[in-house]
Design a protein around this ligand. Structure first.
Ligand SMILES: Cc1cc2nc3c(=O)[nH]c(=O)nc-3n(C[C@H](O)[C@H](O)[C@H](O)COP(=O)(O)OP(=O)(O)OC[C@H]3O[C@@H](n4cnc5c(N)ncnc54)[C@H](O)[C@@H]3O)c2cc1C
Length: 470
């Protein structure tokens, strides 16, 4: 592969890529030769695939994609990008809604090949390199009946997910993904390899858990694991015309549920129509779960009830109904409200009934329990009891874009006055500084100080950006 990349670069002797400074091709060749991994540039047959991210609405052309094989490659790539003033993006799973895994005309530090992992099932710890994706991590940990809270989309990168917070069905019980991080290896903007943990670089450790994209390239992450074997889980599916009744029921039911229950209601595509899907994951004792879920399962007959005891891995693999990687363009807006009031329910019912396509909907997750309400000592800024929502739309043909996009914007504009303003940073697209500040709340000021210390020039800025304090 490396030879092929070198060949491609050598063949392109008449053009040079440019960041702040133009780079001669000999330098790119030398850089490629210095890596154990691979370099992909325009013209390489792999380039069009390598520059693509999950959200096909993002269509940018990086100058160099460095597929790093190890930490030393990352160090060399940071040095190279800094030397030539290249705008630099970091890619793990490539699932950021905003497309922050790539950048126009710059360098991509692509970690997707770095997948070594070490598990200690007795002490219940795992260390992964940051190319590992959620489905891979679930398989590894479930071999020992252990888990960390992960979402149910298997192709999401564990790094982007957990460094931004990380919400999953185990969160009410075990916290957000970032809460299970115990140690990181990070290449910082000065191209040093630093360890961040409760003992070393404690400010960096605090900041990486919730705002990690801003402070360096995490090359490995250690997580504390939790025992999980089976869960009581499944879906209750209702025709969309019953949405109001169900949401009114959830308004009363959700605030009283125990910590072990994860609850999400979503308007999703269904052949021929759309539906309201109420999904649950109970990670406590089965009998107690049956008792807690009985009122939900019986107050109104769904056209499908698939709730049963499942191996946790199977539940994770059952997915969320989101389209597969690279198939669709998407647009979304997310936020948070405290209560499912009559006004909120009216807005949701109005907009979901007038959606432009099957693939346009809303997901609402009820967050609760000690991990969501109490204060925890890291940078994650969305610890809020209440309902998080994601208004989303997907399209394949560019002609569908305008109507779908406008529907999301109008729906969000109607929800905004009913919302608290809080937002999960990983739920953002490119929405400006104000939304980033909202996602960190009272933690933002401390983060700007740590940014000044570790990245005063804002080298890591293709992200939900925290500006260095003056
Ligand atoms: C289909 C789908 C389902 C999702 N489901 C969930 C869910 O259930 N729960 C949830 O919490 N979120 C979910 N998300 C959101 C997801 O957590 C974020 O999009 C996350 O940022 C994706 O991480 P990634 O590594 O795949 O993305 P990337 O685009 O590769 O990276 C995302 C961000 O992280 C930074 N980054 C990546 N790697 C590193 C690194 N090694 N060191 C430092 N910074 C790095 C990048 O700079 C970028 O800013 C979902 C997203 C999608 C598309």
């Amino acid at each position: 592969m490396l030879n092929m990349a070198k060949q491609t670069i050598a063949n392109r002797t008449k053009t040079a890529v440019g960041g702040a400074e133009r780079i001669d091709l000999r330098s790119i060749r030398n850089f490629a030769a210095s890596l154990s991994g691979d370099v992909i540039v325009p013209g390489d047959h792999r380039y069009s695939q390598a520059r693509r991210v999950w959200n096909h609405a993002v269509n940018v052309h990086p100058a160099i994609i460095a597929r790093c094989a190890n930490t030393q490659d990352v160090v060399r790539t940071v040095e190279f990008a800094r030397r030539y003033g290249l705008l630099t993006a970091l890619r793990s799973g490539g699932h950021s809604f905003a497309g922050h895994a790539v950048c126009e005309g710059g360098m991509v530090i692509d970690l997707s090949s770095m997948k070594r992992s070490w598990i200690d099932p007795l002490r219940k710890f795992i260390t992964i390199e940051t190319g590992v994706i959620a489905g891979e991590l679930d398989c590894l940990t479930q071999a020992f009946k252990l888990a960390i809270p992960l979402g149910s989309c298997p192709s999401v990168g564990v790094a982007g997910y957990s460094l931004g917070g990380g919400e999953g069905s185990l969160t009410p019980n075990f916290g957000y993904g970032c809460d299970s991080i115990t140690r990181l290896e990070v290449v910082t903007a000065d191209s040093r390899v630093q360890v961040a943990s409760a003992q070393e670089n404690t400010d960096l450790f605090w900041a990486m858990r919730g705002a990690g994209a801003n402070f360096g390239v995490a090359t490995s992450i250690e997580f504390q694991l939790h025992p999980v074997e089976t869960v009581l889980s499944g879906h209750l599916k209702y025709p969309l015309r019953q949405a109001k009744r169900i949401l009114r029921f959830l308004a009363e039911y959700a605030p009283a549920i125990p910590n072990e229950l994860f609850l999400i209601a979503a308007v999703l595509p269904y052949p021929g129509d759309r539906m309201l899907d109420v999904a649950v994951v109970w990670s406590g004792k089965e009998k107690a779960g049956e008792r807690v879920l009985r009122p939900l399962r019986t107050f109104l007959k769904p056209f499908e009830d698939s709730i049963k005891v499942n191996p946790y891995l199977e539940e994770q693999r059952s997915g969320t109904g989101t389209p597969a990687e690279g198939d669709y363009s998407s647009h979304r807006k997310s936020g948070h409200f405290d209560q499912l009031t009559a006004d909120v329910i009216d807005v949701i019912a109005d907009y979901t009934h007038s959606a432009p396509s099957e693939a346009s909907g809303i997901s609402i997750i009820y967050w609760h329990g000690p991990w969501c309400s109490g204060s925890h000592d890291n940078a994650f800024g969305f610890r809020r009891t209440g309902f998080e929502y994601w208004i989303h739309t997907y399209w394949k043909k560019s002609g569908e874009r305008k109507r779908s996009w406008e529907w999301v914007e109008q729906f969000y504009a109607a929800m905004k006055p009913l919302s608290t303003g809080a937002v999960y940073v990983n739920g953002l697209e490119d929405e400006g500084d104000e939304r980033v500040v909202s996602s960190y709340g009272s933690k933002y000021a401390r983060l700007t100080g740590i940014k000044r210390e570790y990245d005063p020039d804002n080298f890591f800025r293709v992200n939900q950006n925290i500006k260095p304090a003056p």
